[in-house]
Design a binder for this molecule. Structure first.
Ligand code: PLP
Length: 401
């Protein structure tokens, strides 16, 4: 017998598929703006200096390779949550936030949906922005929960559809789970303003919704880790019992180390202990306990005043390079008299820009210019640099004309 004859071919991953096609392209001027990983001014993957120094320190230490506890490395977990919530966060000081190490942001989201599917007594529906990071959908659905959407992107203004967003969140059944991108929304690069966050905080509270924050880009959006954590910290201050998925993939360039945290703000310490005991029961059958190295790296950096300062400078440098590329791309598109309004390239924030290019234009860029991006017209600004931006802008300009 063949057990697997009826298993159909799965669809290619829309993001990783772009990289595969790019790798096959033999052209010397090919450009990949599909993948969401930072590239330096020479288009190369970038290892932060603070990370290299932490690697050296760890190498000297020659520590053992024992298992970590189910919830991860204690120093890491403490330092990481201080970074997200702020050292002066009352809930953190009260010891009522349940925090676990996670397999980066995705793993944190998967713990969240696993926990919710086991214990949430409200509606089993997670509201995601439209559009959102594609992986949010299966992460929710694989735990048997339902996905619903709230409006987010306004095609006409290439900006935030704030009225639509509010309407949909208000119309959701009381106690729904609302996923919010904490900063640098992927794929649009459009975030609510601080005043808009305050309104969202009130609306979600009035509707007794449960808020799940996905924070994959702290520091990467504005270059300032405090500013990028505004929404998370504000909601907690206002008494929301948020859930948080935190990732160190982008802001520390630790993509492949798979390091992050999952946390839940509880009402008191006793409740936190109960919650944490159940979070452990979600994690244990998934992967038993988390990996060691990334946690040690992050703890070494966040725990050393000198490396911490250096890291802050490096995050800012990455964010600033992206912001500079936005300005440059805008100027070039205008210089080439590209039809349309391109101001959104400058006002959007974080790794991505949602260009407004149509799927047909995206295909033409690939076929005629060796320029690769996802078909929704999202580009990773980090894929652009002084060496390729002129050619990129020219190619986009031609594709639009
Ligand atoms: N959430 C968002 C919005 C993202 O863009 C990403 C990565 O692209 C992630 C979560 C998770 O990334 P990772 O699992 O690498 O931390």
């Amino acid at each position: 017998t063949n057990f697997w004859a009826s298993v159909p071919q799965g669809p290619p991953d829309p993001i990783l598929g772009v990289s595969e096609a790019f790798a096959k392209d033999q052209s010397s001027n090919k450009i990949n703006v599909g993948v969401g990983a930072y590239r330096d001014e020479n288009g190369k993957p970038y290892v932060l200096e603070s990370v290299s120094k932490a690697e050296d320190i760890l190498h000297q230490k020659r520590s053992n390779k024992e298992y970590l506890p189910i919830t991860g490395e204690a120093d890491f977990v403490k330092l990481a949550s201080e970074l997200a919530y702020g050292k002066d966060c009352k809930a953190l000081q009260d010891g009522r936030i349940a925090v676990s190490q996670s397999i980066s942001g995705t793993g944190a989201l998967r713990i969240a949906t696993g926990f919710l599917s086991m214990f949430y007594s409200g509606p089993r529906v997670v509201y995601l922005p439209n559009p959102t990071w594609g992986n949010h959908i299966p992460v929710v659905e694989q735990t048997g929960m339902r996905v619903a959407r709230y409006r987010y992107f306004d095609k006409k203004t290439v900006g935030l559809d704030f009225d639509g967003m509010k309407e949909d969140i208000k119309a959701a059944e009381q106690g729904s789970i609302i996923l919010l991108h904490a900063c640098a929304q992927n794929p649009t690069g459009i975030d609510p303003t601080q005043d808009q966050w305050k309104e969202l905080c009130e609306i979600t509270k009035a509707k007794k919704h449960l808020v799940l924050f996905d924070m994959a880009y702290q520091g990467f959006a504005s270059g300032d880790i405090i500013r990028d954590a505004f929404a998370v910290r504000y909601f907690v201050e206002q008494g929301h019992q948020i859930l948080l998925a935190q990732s160190f993939a982008k802001n520390l360039g630790l993509y492949g180390e798979r390091i992050g945290t999952f946390s839940m703000v509880c009402t008191n310490k006793e409740e936190k202990d109960r919650i944490q005991s159940q979070v452990k029961r979600v994690i244990r059958p998934l992967y038993s306990s988390p990996p060691l190295h990334g946690a040690q790296l992050v703890a070494t950096i966040l725990g050393s005043p000198e490396l911490y300062e250096q890291w802050l400078g490096e995050v800012k440098k990455m964010a600033d390079r992206i912001i500079a590329m936005r300005e440059r791309l805008y100027d070039l598109l205008v210089e080439f008299k590209t039809p349309g309004e391109w101001g959104h390239i400058k006002s959007q924030i974080g790794m991505f820009s949602f260009t407004g290019l149509t799927p047909e234009q995206v295909d033409a860029l690939k076929d005629h210019a060796h320029v690769y991006m996802t078909r929704d017209g999202r580009i990773s600004m980090a894929g652009l640099n002084e060496g390729n931006i002129q050619y990129f802008a020219e190619s986009v300009s031609k594709a639009v004309k």
